[in-house]
Design a protein around this ligand. Structure first.
Ligand code: NDP
Ligand code: OXD
Length: 312
């Protein structure tokens, strides 16, 4: 069975092959641009941002596995074969990395890490306090799925009073959960640090805009690890300029790589990271992909299946 891989570029292929050889030795792992690849042989594809029109050229393709947790980079292909199921990257490593990242982001916003780093860079000695402790800072997590729910639990366990919001109501001990558009304003009004872990869908595009930012309490901050399309950056910059929002930690952007002249790179109240919130090792991803393929080939429903009806 042939698995074609497009993730990490040609330089990563040998590493993918070595990891799959360990956990799925019967898979024939080939590169995306392998000139000897017979398209008829391809049964599975592990991809990040596949070139539009390429996947439909594998007539026997049975399963697509996203090399990341989101699938927007796959869905943008207008020729995507609609009958082929898509598995989103998952597994404990992705969950653990994201939980670490939201803890980092929440504490960085709480303690104004951007200012600490700027002072170090400028050799500027400044004694400054922060308005509240973690126990006094309410964190609200948007999206309580594979990544958002454990992230909310991790934040709760760090001592932040934590709430969550999702499409359907979730139940998480110690985390008050809100659901749907009708409870969104109440959720925002009780959130000092807004953590976004939503998927990109028609319903979530631009969800953090001037209107929702205005519903956050004065001094609130934003951590966006979902997608760049969730946040209207101009509205965020305006809300920071107006003094309503105290700062932001942004990991994802509408255009990636973020263009060098983009104003957020140097904004004194915004921390920029480069879409690195949850990047499990290739070994972990190969193991997850191999287990999804094995489940699929046994006729079982693989984990983390994309639901076209919901769009995520
Ligand atoms: P899941 O599909 O498991 O969870 C999605 C969550 O969002 C669910 O709780 C779902 O609600 C909720 N949701 C979806 N649509 C809406 C809506 N319209 N209103 C309210 N809630 C909604 O996704 P994951 O947790 O695996 O991943 C989330 C996203 O994180 C990815 O799509 C990707 O964009 C991003 N990501 C970013 C990474 C990074 O490095 N920055 C790494 C990995 C992922 P319900 O529970 O009711 O279904
Ligand atoms: C993503 C990822 O989907 O990096 O953003 O996994």
């Amino acid at each position: 069975m042939t698995l074609v891989v497009k993730s990490g570029g040609p330089a990563a292929l040998a590493e993918w092959q070595a990891h799959f050889a360990e956990c799925a030795p019967r898979l024939d792992v080939r590169g995306w641009d392998d000139p000897d690849l017979d398209p008829e042989d391809v049964r599975h594809a592990l991809v990040w941002d596949p070139d539009p029109g390429r996947l439909v050229g594998f007539p026997n393709l049975r399963l697509i596995i996203s090399s990341g947790a989101g699938v927007d980079h796959i869905l943008r292909d207008p020729y995507l074969p609609p009958h082929v199921p898509i598995v989103r990257m998952g597994g404990m490593a992705t969950v653990a990395h994201m939980a670490d990242f939201v803890r980092l982001g929440a504490f960085a916003l709480l303690r104004d890490m951007r200012r600490i780093m700027a002072n170090q860079q400028n050799r500027h000695w400044e004694e400054f306090g922060v308005p509240r402790s973690s126990a006094e800072t309410r964190v609200g997590v948007m999206g309580l799925g594979t990544l958002g729910l454990p992230a909310a639990v991790a934040l709760r366990d760090c001592g932040f009073p934590t709430i969550g919001w999702s499409r359907r109501r979730r139940t998480i001990p110690g985390v008050r959960c809100y659901e749907g558009p009708e409870e969104f304003a109440e959720f925002l009004a009780r959130t000092d640090i807004l953590v976004n872990l939503l998927p990109q869908t028609d319903a979530t595009r631009n969800i953090i805009d001037a209107t929702s930012l205005a519903l956050l309490p004065p001094g609130a901050a934003v951590l966006n690890a979902g997608r760049g399309s969730h946040l209207v950056i101009e509205d965020l910059i305006a809300a920071i300029g107006a003094g309503h929002i105290s700062g932001a930690f942004l990991d994802v952007f509408p255009v990636e790589p973020l263009p060098p002249d983009h104003p957020v790179w140097t904004h004194p109240r915004i921390v920029v990271s480069t879409h690195i919130a949850a990047i499990p090792s290739r070994r972990d991803r190969a193991r997850f992909a191999a287990s999804a393929i094995a489940a699929f080939e046994r006729g079982e429903t693989p984990p983390n299946l994309y639901d076209p009806a919901q769009g995520y």
